[in-house]
Design a protein around this ligand. Structure first.
Ligand SMILES: CC(C)(COP(=O)(O)OP(=O)(O)OC[C@H]1O[C@@H](n2cnc3c(N)ncnc32)[C@H](O)[C@@H]1OP(=O)(O)O)[C@@H](O)C(=O)NCCC(=O)NCCS
Length: 164
């Protein structure tokens, strides 16, 4: 299994992987692949990594800049992360997340937020922080990780591709 940045020829398979991963997800409206392409089109896909097995892409993770109180302060959002169902629960999602966090650090990111299951993401150091707010989302599912510096406070907003 190899994790590497996306190439131009991965675009279609990333879409397929994202659709397959979220197909039966209880909280998905199946637009995650459109978010990825919206970020790419808007030059806002800051980090896009694929997990490749035997020459086939089986997983993907995306990071994009978020605003806190309407300002970019080198914080990023992790979303979406996808592993095709046949390969889930084999550690590939964890490897993608760890590789993504390393790439964020190399980019000079100060922190990262995500919306997701605390049970899963706390193992990477993410936790719910009351001073970082994503409107209309229960705080226990909005998680953050400081990479460098202090935890900021305020309202977080994602790229417009997330509003599709
Ligand atoms: C979430 C996802 C990326 C994790 O990738 P993965 O390769 O299956 O995960 P790993 O093998 O690294 O980790 C498996 C562990 O995560 C747990 N896990 C996976 N998804 C979970 C979820 N939604 N809630 C709670 N725990 C979860 C598993 O129970 C397992 O726990 P264990 O290690 O205690 O046995 C993958 O399951 C997936 O694509 N799911 C559908 C899309 C999705 O939900 N994406 C995240 C929202 S952006």
């Amino acid at each position: 299994m190899n994790i590497r940045p996306e190439c131009y020829h991965d675009v279609a398979i990333i879409e397929t992987v994202t659709i397959a991963a979220f197909k039966n997800h209880p909280h998905s409206n199946q637009t995650e692949h459109k978010i990825v392409s919206g970020l790419r089109t808007g030059s806002a896909l800051s980090i896009s990594l694929v997990a490749e097995f035997n020459g086939t892409v089986i997983g993907h993770i995306a990071f994009s800049k978020v605003k806190i109180n309407n300002e970019f302060i080198d914080w990023y959002g992790l979303a979406p992360v996808s592993v095709i169902p046949e390969f889930q629960n084999q550690g590939i999602g964890s490897q993608l997340i760890n590789a993504g966090l390393k790439a964020l650090q190399e980019l000079g990111a100060l922190g990262c937020v995500l919306l997701g299951e605390p049970e899963y993401y706390t193992r990477f150091g993410f936790k719910s922080e009351p001073q970082l707010i994503l409107n209309e989302v229960p705080p226990e599912y909005f998680l953050s990780l400081v990479i460098s510096g202090d935890m900021p406070s305020g309202v977080v907003s994602y790229h417009q591709a997330f509003s599709l």
